[in-house]
Design a protein around this ligand. Structure first.
Ligand code: GLY
Ligand code: MN
Ligand code: MN
Length: 420
């Protein structure tokens, strides 16, 4: 039984008695006259079939014990311009489904039949997609391995004087050479102060000796994403100040990875990371006061304004697991991802410290945090940018979390990787 068949069977069991399950595959989206955006299959469709071609449908009919994949009927015009598309007979063998029909036959199969309501279908899919099966983990391991190797190549390739997009090209090329057809999200390649722009995408500045480079990039395999960030010195050697901040972020990241066990609430892990970062920023003279207060009053968020973790899977910010997993946030910190960790969850761990001018110079924030934040010192870091370290981690039933990311992150290892 291929792993897609197992997942289809699980979804059918979950929605027993609700009617036909109808999943609509993605369709090409026009970009301009004769050009479409690069096609990427709908994630639910990938989850259940692995089919990466556009214009398909899937119908799971529990009542009659059959599953039908519908593929587009192509004509000669299509054959001339787009090439061959698997025929129903070929698709049946290729994708391991009971039956394949043409998409123009869909109506007659589903008309007058009860269709499972969309909300129930959404919830069932979210519920199932949260815990990854061995088949899914195999794809994620490969996506991580290739993306990790590309990060290592980027570290070795970086030189002062290059443009950020030249490193983006190195990353993309390494992934493509290994057969990864898509990136999981637009790469962030941010040198110097650009690293303090959380969704920086221009990627066109010149790398300067003495600056750090933050690269957040990952590719996907059959839709399964890797999401990896490293921050390293452009000239291969951390300055004292860079190393000091780096060690704070690294300590928070490693401690949170160790703690990612079943039953732990993701929001509590976030607070744990904030405490370590607050302590670190205190030792660097940037924050002052009692740690819990600095976490709760928002002062730490000036330097660490994003989430620690999110689910990872077919979407880079993957489903959080459906209605039955929803729970109140047990912490006083606003966090978007609140869930009790379970074996089979794949999550990112990505604390960071940034020196963001818009926050450090904000008059209202300066008034609010005047006793907690050393703003005069923070201003001396405005050229620093920021540091984020992000790995992808599998929560396991027994034993420690499994880190899928294999890219140097200890200071000495990063410098050695840059020197290669
Ligand atoms: N690359 C997107 C994120 O880290 O969440
Ligand atoms: Mn992430
Ligand atoms: Mn990322």
């Amino acid at each position: 039984m291929n792993h897609y068949r197992t997942l289809r069977a699980a979804l059918t069991r979950k929605l027993a008695g609700s009617g036909l399950i109808h999943i609509v595959g993605g369709t090409p989206q026009p970009r301009n006259r004769d050009v479409d955006y690069v096609f990427r299959q709908n994630s639910d469709f990938l989850y259940l079939t692995g089919v990466e071609d556009p214009g398909c449908h899937l119908v799971l009919d529990a009542e009659r014990s059959r599953e039908i994949l519908f593929v587009p009927r192509i004509d000669n015009h299509h054959r001339v311009w787009e090439g061959h598309v698997p025929s129903p007979t070929e698709a049946r063998a290729l994708f391991g489904v009971d039956r394949v029909m043409y998409a123009d036959e869909l109506k007659k199969v589903i008309s007058r039949r009860k269709i499972a309501p969309k909300a129930a279908l959404r919830d069932a899919l979210d519920d199932l997609r949260a815990c990854k099966t061995e088949g899914e983990l195999a794809l994620m391991r490969r996506a991580s391995a290739v993306s990790g190797a590309a990060h290592r190549t980027v570290m070795a390739a970086a030189r002062p004087g290059m443009r950020e997009y030249q490193l983006q090209a190195v990353f993309d090329a390494e992934c493509l050479k290994a057969g990864m057809k898509h990136l999981a999200y637009p790469s962030i390649v941010a040198s110097g102060a650009n690293a303090a722009i959380l969704h920086y995408r221009r990627n066109d500045a010149i790398l300067k000796s003495g600056d750090l480079l933050l690269i957040d990039a990952g590719s996907e395999l059959k839709g399964y994403a890797a999401d990896i960030t490293r921050t390293f010195p452009v000239n291969g050697r951390f300055t004292r100040r860079q190393r000091d901040v780096y060690q704070v972020v690294l300590a928070a990241q490693k401690s949170c990875i160790d703690a990612a066990r079943p039953g732990i609430v993701s929001a509590d892990l976030h607070v744990h990371s904030m405490r370590i970062i607050a302590e670190g920023l205190k030792s660097l003279g940037l924050l002052k006061g009692e740690t819990d207060g600095l976490v709760e009053n928002g002062a730490t968020r000036l330097f660490y304004p994003h989430g620690l973790t999110h689910m990872l899977g077919l979407d880079v910010h993957d489903t959080t697991g459906g209605k039955r997993r929803k729970m109140p946030n047990p912490t006083k910190i606003p966090v978007r991802f609140v869930a009790k960790l379970e074996p089979g969850f794949v999550i990112t761990m990505e604390p960071g410290v940034y020196f963001i001018e818009a926050l450090i110079k904000d008059p209202a924030l300066r008034r609010k945090h005047k006793t907690s934040v050393n703003f005069a010192k923070a201003e001396t870091f405005l050229d620093f940018g920021g540091i984020r370290i992000e790995d992808d981690v599998v929560v396991q039933a027994d034993g420690p979390p499994l880190n899928l990311t294999c890219v140097p992150k200890e200071v000495g290892d990063v410098e050695a990787a840059c020197a290669r």
